[in-house]
Design a binder for this molecule. Structure first.
Ligand code: BEZ
Ligand code: FE
Length: 290
């Protein structure tokens, strides 16, 4: 074997990793080696910078557990999570675009009836979100389950509150025969990503924004359709253009229109002013298995 010098090192490492099995692992690892070496050469990485990066990775591992995944947060703020969503969810242009899942989805939310108030009396401005779920030809998808979750009016999620052990601001709604749905909740507030770990420490050094704009998450996973994980963002909210996780898409920005007390979108009445967001979700067909 050839011994190592600056010129042949990348080739040697790529050739060694090319022997990995299975083939896909070899493909991933050889590309990683090439790009990481190229990065170090391009920025002329110093030994101090390399050591700081290793320490940052170790700290990211130390703070992560089954409840906190700091590496995913790191991937989010680098735009990698959104890129992976983009590469793997190339829906028809007619379909609702996908965006990041985020760390606050909880399995097993309660199934509730149309118009149910998932805020359960929490303080905040009442908000109705209503519309349809259809396929790309405009045909209603009856019985589709919309798994919905959001932060409260202070920008806090249930998982961030140690004393809460019941579902809070999350529920599953089902579309009717005509594909319509109606969620009742309170308006969420934009919020900062967790800043008490290595990702926060890195962001703080840069002065880039660490906020997400006000949004509500939706997951619709219907048999026969591509799974849709997406958000709706409040039009005019702060941070729409600087979303720290690059999740905001034009097609997902919706006006939250103001209404006075009176008839409500769920067919009933409401005795206080409220907001109403109307949005029609469009599901793509599930891609054929290769
Ligand atoms: C969220 O929207 O819940 C979220 C997404 C990525 C990172 C942090 C939070
Ligand atoms: Fe969120």
């Amino acid at each position: 074997m050839a011994f190592v010098n600056e010129d042949n090192l990348t080739d040697l490492a790529v050739r060694r990793w090319a022997t990995a099995r299975p083939d896909r692992l070899a493909e991933l690892m050889t590309a990683l080696v090439r790009h990481v070496h190229e990065f170090a050469r391009e920025v002329r990485l110093t030994e101090e910078e390399w050591a700081a990066a290793m320490e940052w990775l170790a700290a990211t591992g130390r703070i992560s557990d089954d409840k906190r995944q700091e590496f995913i947060l790191g991937s989010d703020v680098l735009g990698l999570s959104t890129l992976v969503v983009q590469l793997n969810n190339r829906f028809s242009e007619k379909a609702t675009p996908a965006t990041v899942l985020g760390p606050f989805h909880i399995d097993g939310s309660p199934t509730v009836g149309s118009g149910h108030d998932m805020s359960d009396g929490l303080p905040g401005t009442p908000l109705f979100v209503s519309g349809t779920v259809t396929d790309t030809e405009g045909r209603p998808v009856p019985g589709a389950v919309l798994d919905v979750w959001q932060a409260d009016a202070e920008g806090t999620y249930e998982a961030q509150l140690p004393d809460v052990d019941e579902a809070r601001l999350r529920a599953k709604y089902r579309t009717g025969e005509d594909g319509t749905y109606c969620v009742r909740t309170i308006a969420p507030r934009g919020y900062s990503i967790p800043m008490d770990g290595p990702v926060g420490e890195l962001i703080r050094r840069t002065g880039i924004s660490h906020y997400r704009p006000a949004h509500i998450h939706f997951l619709i996973d219907e048999p026969g359709y591509a799974r849709l994980i997406t958000h709706l963002f409040q039009q005019g909210a702060d941070y729409l253009e600087s979303d720290v996780v690059f999740g905001t898409k034009d097609a997902l920005i919706v006006p939250f229109t103001e209404h006075g007390a009176g008839p409500a979108p769920d067919g009933g009445r409401i005795d206080e002013p409220y907001l109403h967001a109307e949005f029609d979700f469009v599901l793509d067909r599930r891609p054929e298995a290769p």
